[in-house]
Design a protein around this ligand. Structure first.
Ligand SMILES: NC(=O)c1ccc[n+]([C@@H]2O[C@H](COP(=O)([O-])OP(=O)(O)OC[C@H]3O[C@@H](n4cnc5c(N)ncnc54)[C@H](O)[C@@H]3O)[C@@H](O)[C@H]2O)c1
Length: 331
């Protein structure tokens, strides 16, 4: 067992069967916590909680964050909630505009109401660098002037953040809002590495890249992401803030161009396809051509990522190659 980053308690994780949520679950169990995993398996995978469900300190609840009664029941006796369940796909928001509102904003309201009903004192929330829209300040710090929103996903996450802040103020909760860059690593089931690998496994000679390939992005390895969240909570970062809400960017000190990432993926697959660029600065509406978050705040708490972006991309490709079943499930 690890030395726990924060005092052992019962923790509820929404999105427990997802890419990041299942990694949080495994780390909580390794740290000695009792864990209630809450998931509706809309994008979550049974395989990701295969080990957890055999663990004596884990209980899986197949429930929906849009059903308040299920959440309230599952939250009995909980000391901390990791709220990670969401519609995590930024790109397709305009195809179903209500989805981000329901899955990301109303679901967050339900989580907070279930916490209030059960007297749960602490919440950690997976927000996103998308809340900065196309920020004029790069690298973007947490207190950057608030921008025009460019995606429904970003808008719904801002609303979720605001609800958490108001609940923390009004009901004296402790809140940890983490704004992630794109996350990579084991159990990765969506995002550009997934799309590129799927295309290349289907046709090794050609790769279609949305935009001009010059978009600059920052990525973080999933274990580093989990580590950073545990580190901030363990340091009681929220208690140091005037409103008991800690807002923290999570990323690396570097960024890369999409074409750099293409190069690392092709190297790992030993392929040299012809690259077809669809053109334009943005790959789709809401695609931010330059995402680079200022991570001085989390660094100041004594945390640094262990993997570079290149190592994160290559680790992800290796995991996808060894777990090709995910292309069937999430294809
Ligand atoms: N992956 C990234 O690059 C990234 C970047 C920034 C922020 N985030 C945020 O991190 C969180 C986790 O993302 P992920 O990449 O692991 O996504 P994911 O899709 O793998 O995980 C989401 C999980 O939530 C579950 N879920 C969705 N709606 C639900 C509902 N109504 N009720 C119960 N369970 C539900 C899904 O089944 C899935 O297991 C999300 O909040 C996402 O917005 C992710």
């Amino acid at each position: 067992m690890n030395r726990p980053s924060f005092p052992v308690t019962r923790v509820l994780v929404t999105g427990a069967a997802g890419f990041i949520g299942s990694s949080v679950v495994d780390r909580l169990l390794a740290d000695g916590h009792e864990v209630v995993g809450f998931d509706n398996f809309s994008t979550g995978q049974e395989e990701f909680v295969r080990d957890a469900v055999r663990h004596p300190r884990f209980r899986l609840v197949r429930g929906d964050t849009l059903r308040l009664n299920e959440l309230t029941e599952a939250m009995a006796g909980v000391g901390l909630v990791f709220h990670l369940a969401a519609n995590a796909d930024v790109r397709f928001g305009l195809n179903h505009p209500e989805k981000d509102l329901h899955q990301n904003t109303i679901a967050t309201f339900n989580v907070l109401e279930a916490m209030r009903a059960n007297g749960v004192p602490r919440i950690a929330f997976s927000s996103t660098g998308s809340v900065y829209g196309e920020s004029a300040v790069i690298p973007t710090p947490e207190n950057a002037p608030f921008p025009v929103q460019t995606s429904l996903y970003g808008a719904s996450k801002v609303a979720g953040e605001c609800l958490i802040q108001a609940y923390c103020e009004g009901y004296k909760l402790e809140g940890y809002i983490f704004r992630f860059v794109s996350i990579l690593g084991e159990r990765y089931t969506h995002g550009h590495v997934f799309d590129f690998c799927r295309q290349l496994l289907e046709n090794p000679r050609n790769l279609r890249v949305l935009g001009n390939g010059k978009q600059r992005k920052s990525y973080l390895y999933v274990q580093d992401c989990v580590d950073a969240m545990f580190h901030a909570i363990g340091n009681g970062a929220a208690l140091e803030e005037p409103h008991r809400v800690s807002i923290c960017n999570l990323g690396t000190r570097e960024y890369c161009e999409v074409l750099n990432s293409v190069g690392w993926i092709c190297e790992e697959l030993s392929l040299s396809p012809s690259i077809e660029l669809t053109g334009g600065e943005r790959g789709w509406t809401g695609d931010n051509p330059f995402i680079f978050l200022d991570t001085a705040k989390i660094s100041g708490l004594g945390w640094e990522p262990k993997l570079s972006i290149e190592e994160g991309v290559k680790t992800t490709v290796r995991w996808l190659l060894a777990n090709r079943w995910v292309f069937e499930k999430r294809g």
